[in-house]
Design a protein around this ligand. Structure first.
Ligand SMILES: Nc1ncnc2c1ncn2[C@@H]1O[C@H](COP(=O)(O)OP(=O)(O)OP(=O)(O)O)[C@@H](O)[C@H]1O
Ligand SMILES: [Mg+2]
Length: 390
């Protein structure tokens, strides 16, 4: 199209009235097509020039952003955006010449909560910046879907956990039943049950009741809603505190600790108490995997908008078969393990919106890789005062 216009402009002095009319007609229909395309896009588009004046907007944007005036064209964008917080944010970004992606705003729109997402990108033409494009998307449904998925995920893990408990309590319950039956049989026989035999049976029953109690206590710890209180914290401080706490024991077991912590790592929202619990469980597993000693490396770094924490050991490693099972409640390869350690880790990491991955090779070692999102600067509850239709 641009080439066509350029050619037409070059030829303009030679064109007659009819040809100029046709040219204008073509241009108008081309422009109309462009408008139709822009208006058909479900995301909102705002284009501002270098003076931050609004030069183009599509129809979708009016469903998400309210303007103070009926025609905001040619106006300084932040002066016409109705919502003060959004206007202030756009002003700050445009004045700084920043490029911002996925800034979220939660708005109450006539009582309905809406989450919109703003991307501000430079408009580049012929290698130079000519203005900015502000993309506005309504991510309310996406957010709801994510929340539904999280609920389904936690429900699914609760089901596995419940199945695990059912399996765990079967043995002690069976044993209690058998010993009660034995006592009943002995009582039915003429000969009275001796005090010694009764004492032995009762001791076994007592032991099994204790075991049942332990299972329930562990279960409750794993499923109880976590009362996390998240504050902006640098993960390095949690790591160093924890390593200080376990250092002596690890060194006594012949484990050399390496720390490689990025001093500029951004803060993330965290509940220190729970995070320490999760990291301790991972470190304890690493320790158990290195009975002859070895190396424990703890590394933090930033990448892809995430804070990364790697905990690596040079222990036994995990077989491929077991790899899929280790987060399952009650899965253990240890004689005295509860098998809930990593279940709790998983729950805590999820509570922090984090992800957990691992890589392991039998005979070489294991690395647990945790990632946490770096929080966005703006996540406020803004009150929508506009009245556009939704
Ligand atoms: N770093 C590791 N190296 C090798 N195996 C591991 C490692 N971490 C976990 N595992 C395997 O995963 C299993 C489950 O770990 P989890 O922490 O859930 O339970 P556990 O350690 O067996 O018991 P508990 O944590 O209650 O003492 C372990 O039994 C072990 O087989
Ligand atoms: Mg463990």
């Amino acid at each position: 199209m641009r080439n066509f216009i350029q050619k037409a402009l070059n030829k303009l002095p030679k064109l007659d009235k009819e040809q100029i009319r046709n040219l204008l007609f073509d241009l108008a229909s081309e422009n109309e097509l462009l408008e139709v395309v822009l208006d058909s896009i479900p995301d909102g588009i705002l284009v501002v020039d270098l003076d931050n004046r609004l030069i183009t907007l599509n129809r979708s944007v009016e469903k998400m952003i309210c303007f103070k005036v009926p025609d905001p064209s040619d106006q300084i964008i932040w002066e016409v955006v109705e919502d003060d917080e959004i206007a202030e944010f756009i002003k700050k970004v445009l004045k700084k010449g920043d490029r911002v992606t996925e800034e979220e705003f939660t708005l109450s729109f006539s009582g309905i909560m809406k989450t919109i997402c703003l991307d501000i990108l430079p408009l580049v033409k012929d290698g130079s910046i000519q203005g900015n494009v502000i993309l506005v998307s309504d991510i309310t449904e996406k957010k709801r879907k994510e929340a539904r998925l999280r609920r389904a995920e936690s429900l699914a893990s609760l089901t596995t956990l419940a199945a695990g408990v059912a399996h765990e309590i079967k043995n002690p319950l069976g044993s209690i039943g058998i010993h009660i039956q034995l006592m009943q049989k002995a009582l039915k026989r003429d000969k009275a049950l001796t005090q010694e035999t009764a004492g032995n049976f009762l001791a076994i029953i007592n032991e099994e009741v204790e075991r049942l109690n332990e299972i329930i206590v562990d279960f409750l710890f794993a499923v109880r809603p976590m009362n996390t209180s998240l504050t902006l914290t640098r993960i390095n401080s949690v790591v160093t505190d924890l390593i200080e706490f376990v250092k002596h024991e690890l060194e006594q077991n012949g484990i050399v600790i390496h720390m490689d912590l990025d001093p500029n790592i951004p803060k993330i929202y965290m509940d220190e108490k729970y995070m320490k619990q999760a990291l301790l469980n991972i470190i304890k597993n690493a320790e158990a995997a290195m009975p002859e000693g070895g190396e424990l490396t703890v590394q933090t770094f930033e990448g892809d908008g995430m804070v990364h924490l790697h905990i690596k050991d040079t222990g036994t490693g995990i077989s491929e078969d077991n790899m899929a099972k280790i987060f399952e409640p009650y899965f253990t390869t240890k004689d005295f393990g509860s098998g809930l350690g990593l279940t709790v880790v998983y729950k805590i990491i999820k509570e922090h919106d984090g992800e957990i991955f691992l890589d392991s090779k039998e005979g070489e070692g294991t690395v647990f890789m945790l990632t946490f999102p770096i929080p966005q600067k703006v996540k406020r509850l803004l009150d929508w005062r506009g009245g556009n239709e939704v």
